[in-house]
Design a protein around this ligand. Structure first.
Ligand code: URP
Ligand code: ZN
Ligand code: ZN
Length: 475
């Protein structure tokens, strides 16, 4: 036994209990009632009485060093994985998006080269941006990459899949025992709404608010509704990424009740931010797709996570995972929306690089706004951030739980410790934070990744390159 974590509180549906967790090499070797395991002479012992002990968080939706919106997202695998560890994320799933003409195999190789500096374990979903990519689905699923992404929007990036391609992609994932992740926003109507609002006069008057005004809830809901129909008729497993609307949650719930194989994630930003952020001078910084919505959507999404039903055992709530959709851009990058000179200029919201930083704050946001505020049990938090990401993304045989034989990915949290979010003290290269000034609990004190101490007393100590690619297989 190399390490013994003694007496940490593990939260299951049966309630919180103190446990001793022994680690040998990269794996958990024993999980036993607190105080029952005797360490060896060379064992490093961590006294964890009174601390919460969680499996390492798995963020299944991340974009590091992504060429997008005329720039490249500012966090790469080096800074992004530091931010991840500081927030208790020990595994992340990025998106390998083929650049023009690339095959899925080539995109995978490009992302392998990018990830050499990662401090966390990693994998990615493969984006289907051309019809030819469908022919590779079967082979890639067998290589340990069983999840694929289709974008309904981003035609200007060359990423958009049309309806026919989405339908065929669902047929192909059904055959390959894979899953299709879909960015669901209705492209044609959205384009019309954007074109109508895209006048210098309106841009001068309304600025970045046009981003929200051109993305009413039905843009997401209608897209989710259609793709659910295609999943139902093809049997292709469907996963709605970054769901942001109450209507979306209602549709997913109804489809699940009919037996459609659809899962849904939401992201931390849709649970704590609403579109009033666009009424501040820095509003444009918050532009992301889909956009943060209204307080009523926030309430419905919490409910969809199981927030009204702390001890639910009868049904799985409709949203099974919370991720971040991390896609960080600095103030300077976000400033690309400015057109013209200081006197006559104005902001063109369609030029803002879309996305937010989030890896370091995912766990603290759910811990504070979910658990500490009484909306979620700790056991449900562990399901949403650890167990379900592992289970639904093909890592469930060795990650996401504190169980003998599993990877020793673990997080220790002092439940009483609180911090005020300040981007200056964070690990992202982003020079702002959407959560600046929020008081949050749940920042990890200690993090282990495959048995190695990677955060000690809140400091990231893992060297770049110590993360490992994780082949995945869906059941
Ligand atoms: O605004 C976002 N979400 N940027 C990243 C790309 C995407 O749509 O996931
Ligand atoms: Zn997306
Ligand atoms: Zn994304």
């Amino acid at each position: 036994m190399d390490t013994l974590i003694r007496g940490g509180t593990i939260h299951t549906r049966n309630g919180p209990e103190p446990y001793d967790v022994a680690i040998t090499g990269e794996r958990i070797s024993t999980v036993a009632p607190g105080g029952s395991v005797v360490p060896g002479r060379r064992t490093r012992v961590i006294e964890a009485h009174g601390l919460d002990l969680l499996p390492g968080v798995i963020d299944v939706h991340v974009h590091l060093a992504l060429p997008f919106c005329g720039t490249v997202s500012c966090d790469d695998f080096d800074s992004g994985s530091s931010a991840a560890l500081a927030g208790g994320v020990t595994t992340l799933l990025d998106f390998a998006i083929p650049s023009q003409g690339q095959t899925l195999t080539q995109a995978h190789e490009t992302w392998l080269a990018k990830a050499t500096t990662s401090r966390v374990d990693f994998s990615w979903h493969l984006a289907l941006t051309r019809q030819e990519h469908l022919r590779e689905i079967h082979a890639m699923a067998h290589r340990g990459l069983p999840t694929f992404k289709a974008f309904m929007i981003y035609e200007e990036e060359g990423w958009a899949a049309d309806d026919a391609m989405l339908f065929e992609a669902l047929e192909a994932v059904a055959l390959a025992r894979g899953m299709l992740l879909v960015h669901a926003e209705s492209p044609r109507v959205l384009r019309l709404l954007i074109e109508r609002a895209h006048t210098p006069d309106r841009m001068r008057r309304e600025g970045a608010r046009l981003h929200t005004l051109t993305r009413p809830n039905f843009v997401e809901a209608e897209a989710i509704e259609r793709v659910i129909r295609w999943s139902q008729s093809t049997g292709g497993r469907l996963y709605i990424v970054h769901m942001s609307t109450a209507e979306g949650a209602d549709l997913v719930r109804a489809a699940q009740a009919r037996g459609v194989p659809v899962l849904a994630e939401t992201c931390a930003q849709y649970l704590v931010l609403d579109d009033r952020v666009f009424h501040t001078p820095d509003g444009h910084l918050f532009a992301c797709c889909p956009q943060v919505k209204k307080p009523a959507d926030i309430e419905r999404l919490w409910k969809g996570l199981g927030a009204d039903n702390l001890s639910a055992t009868d049904r799985e709530p409709e949203i099974c995972i919370v991720s971040t959709d991390t896609c960080s851009f600095t103030r300077e990058q976000k400033g690309m929306w400015w057109v013209g000179d200081e006197r006559t200029g104005y902001g063109d919201w369609t030029r803002i690089p879309m996305g937010l930083p989030g890896l370091e704050t995912l766990l603290p946001i759910l811990y504070t706004h979910g658990v500490a505020s009484g909306r979620l049990s700790m056991a449900r938090l562990v399901e949403l951030l650890c167990m379900n990401p592992a289970r639904f993304m093909g890592l469930g045989a060795h990650k996401g739980s504190i169980y003998p034989g599993f990877d020793a990915d673990m997080v220790l949290i002092d439940p009483a410790a609180e911090r005020t979010v300040d981007w200056r003290q964070m690990h992202s290269r982003c020079d702002w934070s959407p959560y600046q000034g929020m008081r949050l609990r749940g920042f990890p004190q200690t993090v282990l990744r495959r048995g190695e101490f990677v955060v000690e007393e809140g400091r990231v100590v893992a060297p770049p390159g110590s993360g490992r690619w994780q082949p995945r297989h869906l059941g």
